[in-house]
Design a protein around this ligand. Structure first.
Ligand SMILES: Nc1ncnc2c1ncn2[C@@H]1O[C@H](COP(=O)(O)OP(=O)(O)OP(=O)(O)O)[C@@H](O)[C@H]1O
Ligand SMILES: [Mg+2]
Length: 249
């Protein structure tokens, strides 16, 4: 079954939409539109009666809701109707609590002496457990996790981290939601575990060319789907992201 994303111009590039119950990676540089893409996807489902949840790990949900409410996506109404949920499970890090980010990344991901529990970044397992509970409790069908990068840097052991991220993505399949995993990793050719483990990979580009900003989207991978491979221009409208028919070189 194909899931309509609600992103104008996108579904036609992927045989009508995403596959139900699969995990997709939406990767891009800062400000490239990952959150907008995710919230539009949830709002489109919620408007059709499918509950959706946005799990924030690196930015406060208050800010996300405030910024995304600028678009005409009926967020307020959907939240009130319990069709749209925003869950904050990131650490509460206030400036001054840590002098260096290195003290926040612990090799074992265990609590350091003097460190309060709410400042510890969540592990993939903690996030999974929270998501599982939320999904069961509210019958969530669409899920966005913002971001995978936030749970990636919870250990100083790269091989262990790779395995743990791969396991996280595979386990997410068990909760049964169609999931967008947002990621700040930006190199399409970096071949990270999240690209291998996800069923599809979408890149959002945001770069300067001859003094002007180029915004574009490209589908890198989409298992079981005959998809478009070109780089398409994107624009932000009052309803969020819109994928243009025109392709960029
Ligand atoms: N109301 C709006 N109308 C038009 N464009 C907007 C609007 N709000 C935000 N934008 C554009 O969208 C960009 C941010 O989009 P979004 O938050 O979805 O990106 P992101 O990839 O999630 O960013 P980050 O990496 O910081 O989380 C802004 O930098 C701005 O260029
Ligand atoms: Mg974002």
């Amino acid at each position: 079954m194909r899931i309509k994303t609600g992103i104008e111009g996108f579904d036609g590039l992927v045989e009508g939409g995403l596959l139900q119950g699969r995990q997709y990676l939406v990767s891009g540089s800062p400000g490239s539109g990952k959150t907008t893409f995710g919230v539009q996807f949830l709002a489109a489902g919620a408007l059709e009666g499918e509950p959706g949840a946005y799990v924030a790990l690196s930015e406060s949900i208050g800010t996300i809701i405030e910024d995304m409410s600028r678009y005409n996506l009926h967020l307020d109404e959907l939240i009130k109707k319990k069709k749209l949920f925003f869950l904050d499970i990131g650490p509460t890090m206030n400036y001054g609590e840590y002098d260096e980010i290195s003290t926040y990344i612990t090799p074992t991901h265990e609590q350091l002496p003097g460190e309060s529990a709410e400042n510890i970044p969540p592990s993939p397992y903690t996030v999974y457990k929270n998501v599982e509970t939320l999904v069961k409790q509210y019958g969530i069908k669409r899920l966005v996790i913002d971001s995978l990068s936030a749970i990636r840097f919870t250990t100083q052991e790269p091989p262990k981290e790779e395995r743990s991220i791969g396991r996280f993505i595979r386990n997410l399949k068990n909760v049964g939601c169609t999931t967008l995993l947002l990621s700040e990793l930006t190199k399409p050719d970096a071949y990270t575990i999240e690209q291998f483990a996800s069923h599809g990979v979408i890149f959002l580009h945001n770069f300067m060319d001859k003094g002007s900003m180029v915004r574009a989207m490209q589908i890198i991978k989409m298992r079981g789907t005959k998809h478009d491979c070109d780089m398409h221009g994107i624009e932000f409208t009052e309803k969020g992201l819109k994928v243009q028919k025109t392709t960029k070189k």
